[in-house]
Design a protein around this ligand. Sequence first.
Ligand code: UD1
Ligand code: UDP
Length: 376
Amino acid sequence: MAKIISILGARPQFIKAAAVSRAMGRLSTSLANRIRHVLVHTGQHYDENMSDVFFEEMEIPKPDYNLGIGSGLHGQQTGRMLEAIEQVLLKEQPQVCIVYGDTNSTLAGALAAAKLHMPVAHVEAGLRSYDRRMPEEVNRVLTDHVSDLLFCPTQTAVVNLAREGINKGVYLVGDVMFDCVQSCLQKVRSQAERILGRFPVSPGKYILATIHRAENTGDQARLKAILTALGKLSREYQIVLPLHPRTARYLENYGLSIDGRVKVTEPVSYLTMLALEANARVILTDSGGVQKEAYWLKVPCVTLRDRTEWVETVNEGWNTLAGADSDRICQAVHVALGPKDRPEPVRYGEADAAEKICRIVLDFVQGRHSVSTAQI
Ligand code: UD1
Ligand code: UDP
């Protein structure tokens, strides 16, 4: 029996792990239950609408462990996770520890396993914004450098790793988030009318916005400039803003408010989010995952950042980096709303990234794969 552990903790990781968990289940069934996939939730995200809703809607099995770490400063949160994950790894003795993306849960999982000489598999390896002020960039770089299996969503990611001297154990598999979008498209189409009616907004008639990244929320001037842009845009367009709890907390701390015309909601479920994205006229975001989803759903995106790790979306003309400058943001939205020839988005794989990841992990466990060298 192969024992594989997945470490998750934050919203985008539940979505990524949903695809892997489903593929792991299918593979295990076809091999007559030869895989035990242990799920560890660090508890980084804990609100019902930041955690449970994804497990229910995406049918992710209940985690075997919930470490209940919660919020805290980076060192405090990561340190607590490290200590608790280590105990689980010592008890479970998995053959591979899978970590996802670039959060503090990713780094803690990778570090705990690497220190115990347990192989680490990183899903979404090789992404780089080349901006170390972003906590995610630090988490990615460190995680990649202690990983044994590195699952890249794009060729750019493979090249980024090679530049850092990492070419062993690197696999270009596609993006598990693309798998998730593809598997939900039919439901999104059939349920869109009902979902949009809840806000209420009409297809193609609104802007969808999300803001949560540390570089925007932790900087009062940047957050204020973004809110100014939303205020100006809301005079002409309907705006829906599912508000991340981090942003809600900072708005309160700074005493800032959002223009009353913006439809502010609690964070929404994955299916609701995809329906809102697919039918938006433009998406404004600083999220990593939302930039990609906008691209795959062919909705122009204005990214509230100075840099992105998802460079293809910008190079292909679907995404514009507008930073946190209110005039630049408004200008970019007006351009995005106008007519523009954009190429068909490149696919991030064939919607079988999770399947490939599970097969490679299992082959690795069974010693069938010596760690391969990436072909660039
Ligand atoms: C984390 C990730 C970020 C990712 C995001 C996805 C790190 C360093 N950052 O950011 O890369 O894009 O998740 O959403 O790992 N809070 C709640 N309820 C919750 C969770 C958080 O109220 O369920 C509030 C708390 O005030 C907390 C703050 O949000 O202090 C930030 O949460 P945290 O998990 O530290 O980071 P995120 O901003 O969510
Ligand atoms: N998402 C969601 N509900 C929301 C906001 C986002 O389901 O209210 C989904 C979104 O569709 C994407 C993922 O969460 O799949 C992105 O996570 P987030 O923006 O929190 O983090 P990031 O990708 O920036 O790390």
